[in-house]
Design a protein around this ligand. Structure first.
Ligand code: B12
Length: 279
């Protein structure tokens, strides 16, 4: 089966040429009260400009206005780093600028993590997560880990550039219900497949539900490599992870029925969105 990677969005020059100032003019965050709206703009630009010395102060200010950590992550932080990605793609930014912006994200997540993790009330199982070998991106993986932890999972984060054998060792040691692979590069996404093959070869496939994610990853990729679930963001990942250990607890990793149930969760979400849009 040929591999189709959906890069339409990344390669759509018109889409990439829009300038963030246009979106500023369209009054982004218009739902928010004025001081929060301004703070969101400043935080977004702090990330775009890579001014990491001031990031935690802005996060503290937003928290003092009762803005939730999740809103900050999914709102101005996500918008800021997405703009950085666009600038990098368009050669408006080079690696040093991206690294400065990544430092802002890390600083912000460092402040937010304890607050998110504090939401954890009960222990519902272990998740092992890591960025696959050859890949150093970890911001998205950290967000997924935090949200899983808040949802009640014990999260074992193996870090970045994790070789398959380290995933195997962690599965044997921690006996997780779920294993998550993150990959942000088209050149490293194949390591998700390679790692999964090693899990199978070691006879561990039925023991773990395999989740995959990262910017170039799609449901089609998940289907192709035989992973159990794909999640486009941390909230979807949490929903599916919880479903795996509650409603579908009896289904083992690699079970096609579990895969189908995970797809049904997406279909349900899409139907709800469509209903809300009509209402
Ligand atoms: C920040 C960044 C960096 C930082 C990373 C710092 C860090 N500690 O992570 C640095 C500067 C180190 C970096 C380096 C490189 N980068 Co870079 N980087 C980015 C950038 C701008 C943002 C990534 C990010 O953090 N996004 C924000 C998070 C929140 O989103 P996310 O990662 O997608 O995660 C969400 C979901 O995907 C999902 N998810 C993520 N992981 C998982 C895991 C599971 C299990 C699940 C269920 C869900 C899930 O949930 C997350 C939260 O909602 C992207 C641009 C982009 N559009 O992605 C480029 C980008 C990924 N980088 C790119 C490139 C080319 C590189 C370099 C090769 C550059 C170079 N010439 O050296 C190196 C590679 C180094 C390496 N070996 O890994 C390209 C990749 C192109 C491609 N098609 O492969 C991109 C797309 C930029 C571009 N448009 O060209 N990069």
């Amino acid at each position: 089966m040929p591999l189709n990677i959906n890069t339409d969005k990344e390669n759509d020059i018109e889409d990439l040429q829009y300038d963030i100032d246009d979106s500023r003019a369209t009054d982004r965050w218009s739902d928010a009260p004025a001081p929060i709206k301004e703070l969101f703009h400043v935080l977004e630009w702090n990330i775009i400009d890579g001014e990491h010395a001031g990031t935690t102060k802005l996060i503290d200010q937003a928290l003092s206005h009762q803005v939730s950590p999740r809103t900050l992550i999914a709102g101005p932080m996500a918008m800021g780093i997405a703009e950085v990605g666009r600038r990098f793609k368009m050669d408006e930014y080079f690696l040093p600028e991206v690294m400065m912006s990544a430092k802002c994200m890390q600083a912000a997540l460092g402040t937010l993590k304890p607050l998110i993790v504090a939401e954890k009330s009960e222990d519902i199982g272990t998740v092992v997560i890591g960025t696959v070998q050859g890949d150093l991106h970890d911001i998205g993986k950290k967000i997924v880990g935090m949200m899983m932890e808040a949802a009640g999972f014990t999260v074992v984060d193996l870090g970045v550039s994790v070789p398959p054998e380290d995933f195997i060792a962690a599965i044997r040691k921690h006996k997780p219900k779920i294993v998550g692979f993150s990959a942000l590069l088209t050149t490293t996404m194949n390591m998700q497949w390679e790692t999964l093959k090693v899990i199978k070869a070691e006879g561990l496939r039925e023991d773990v539900r395999v989740f995959v994610g990262g910017a170039p990853i799609s449901q089609a990729w998940c289907d192709k490599i035989g992973a159990d679930a794909y999640a486009s963001d941390a909230l979807v990942a949490v929903d599916k992870a919880k479903a795996c250990i509650t409603t579908f607890a009896s289904m083992k990793g690699g079970d096609p029925q579990l895969h189908a149930k995970m797809l049904a969760i997406d279909a349900e979400r899409e139907a709800m969105k469509a209903k809300a849009a009509v209402a």
